[in-house]
Ligand binder design. Structure first.
Ligand code: GRF
Length: 201
């Protein structure tokens, strides 16, 4: 399957997808960042993957940004669009256009802690368990049907940084696995449900 990966930052999830791409039948056609400084763009270049940066600061509206982003994505005819640490809110037009093809990773056990600063918020809320979720992207921010989650224990002396590090380790294992379900045709979005092997998750 052909995929496009959207990033905003360090790209450690992108790296785990690049490292597993062969095993999961994924050809990464392009990596696109809204942040021209994102280190993930270097990771993509090292792997000989075409990159684009679409700096959101150069656009007057979300709509204009999303249209430009969509035009670049469409050049690659992707079967799957992977949001791997992509930190922009997308318009309804955009999420509807790619409905059922777009997966996002979010560093919390959704529906808990949608949005930003999830690790600190989990600590502040006294959570004993925290983790990562992967979901289909719909027009609801961090709210589309959940496909898979992995949890870790929150330790008494955890900081947002130490927690983020252990959650990332789980992210790096889980994301390629979930993508492989999609590339193997086992995972679909049907009537706003995530369906794996014919069963609603
Ligand atoms: C990850 O924790 C991801 O879940 C979140 O942003 C972080 C990105 O990390 N949305 P990286 O760029 O993949 O290293």
């Amino acid at each position: 399957m052909n995929g496009v990966v959207l990033i905003s930052g360090g790209g450690s999830n992108l790296q785990s997808i690049i490292d597993n791409a062969n095993a999961i039948d994924l050809e990464i056609k392009s990596v696109i960042s809204n942040n021209p400084q994102a280190y993930g763009l270097e990771r993509a270049k090292k792997a000989n993957i075409p990159t684009h940066s679409v700096d959101h600061k150069q656009f007057n509206s979300r709509d204009e940004f999303d249209k430009t982003l969509g035009a670049i994505i469409d050049e690659y005819h992707p079967d799957i669009i992977i949001l791997a640490g992509f930190m922009r809110i997308l318009t309804k037009e955009f999420t509807n256009k790619y409905l059922g093809k777009m997966l996002n990773i979010h560093p919390s056990l959704l529906p808990k802690f949608q949005g930003l600063h999830t690790h600190q918020r989990a600590i502040d809320a006294g959570e004993k368990i925290h983790g990562v979720s992967i979901h289909f992207v719909t027009d609801e921010l961090d709210g589309g049907p959940i496909i898979a989650q992995r949890s870790i224990e929150v330790l008494d002396d955890d900081t947002a940084e130490s927690l983020a590090k252990r959650v990332l380790t789980e992210e790096h294992k889980l994301f390629p696995e979930v993508i492989s379900w999609f590339t193997k045709g086992r995972l679909h979005l049907e009537n706003n449900n995530a369906v794996l092997n014919g069963e609603i998750l």
